[in-house]
Unconditional design. Sequence first.
Length: 402
Amino acid sequence: MKFGGTSVADPEKILRAAERAVQARRKGQDVVVVVSAPGEMTDELIDLAHRVSKEPDARELDALLATGEQMSIALFAMACRSLGAPAISLTGPQAGILADERHTSSRILEIRPQKILRELSAGKVVAVAGFQGVNPQEDVTTLGRGGSDLTAVALAAVMKASHCEIFTDVKGVYTADPRIVPEARKIARISYEEMLELADAGAQVMQARSIDMANRYGVRVQVRSSFQAGPGTWIEKIGEGPMEDATVSSVALDKGEVRLTLVEVPDKPGIAARVITELAKRDIPLDMIVQSAPTHAGVNDISLMTPRPSAGTAKAALEELARRIGARRVDLAEAVAKVTLVGTGFRRHPAVAAKMFGALADAGINILMISTTDLKLCCVMDSRHAETAVRVLHKLFKLGRR
Ligand code: ADP
Ligand code: ASP
Ligand code: MG
């Protein structure tokens, strides 16, 4: 069972979450609970770090961020005990979650669950801190934003749990963010592939890396409400859908990225490689790398999207490179958002893209960048128009109806 930040935001909610774990334990199930930091605490800790340092040291930032989850597990274990069930809290390192060096976006290398297993066999509910591990230097690391989902799925995988329950503040995975589109419909079952597209496109409800892990290890995941009863959404292996049709299944919004453009780059072999190498060296995540066709003057533009926190580093790296390769300048567009239609069969059915772009045009929305695959149609636009775009597309493709 994993409880997200909103589900452990205050003492009453912690007690309510603990009640669920205790009930499952009383039914004879062994329960491992993963908890996130309460409420917005991770954001607040990041702000705090930036108030003492412009560029906080990554090791110390991880040391700080890990405290949010540690607060939650201790309170969770106390809450279980006050409900009469033995329980124990374990930090990521105590739980045997071994991760690599990359501070703030560390990968899980291995899990040694012996201590968890010992505590389970002593009859305890085990509360494990999400989002953290220990690296080979014995330093605590964090697993990227939303990383408690990854902790939960990884533990379910190594412990061969029957499934992994993700408790959150919505009833499941919807056809669009229900906060933006009130008519959005809860999806009963979704394949790993589609959920991965949706998560990659910015649907916050599950961390993309956790879905990749669930797929690789065949962990069935149920996303459900912490506050309401009833079934949620199952993320699992699903046989292929209709083979020849195009289906549009959901629409996602991502406001977490910025666009960088290297303007008037000499059109020569090897330039794109040098651009991306500079960013790869710094471990900067990239998306939508687009190179325009060369002009008569023998130059082109290279644009890409990168997560907001990487913008400064990425821009500085590209500016330095621009000087060396003779590109004119680097533009940074911060007020942008990415709206993605997720589904299947888009390559064979260009009418879907035509309909999407047409509807955005009718709504007076200018598209800044487009990228498409068979499984998604993705448009970058001014962030002021993004919510409208999501609602327009949700309605256009009648996603609220079955
Ligand atoms: P937690 O704190 O439990 O990890 P998150 O805030 O990370 O919760 O994720 C839940 C939020 O994801 C919801 O409140 C909702 O606004 C947002 N969300 C975005 N897209 C979707 C979607 N397609 N279906 C459900 N929720 C979505
Ligand atoms: N607390 C971490 C975050 O806000 C991890 C999580 O909630 O999954 O990103
Ligand atoms: Mg989350």
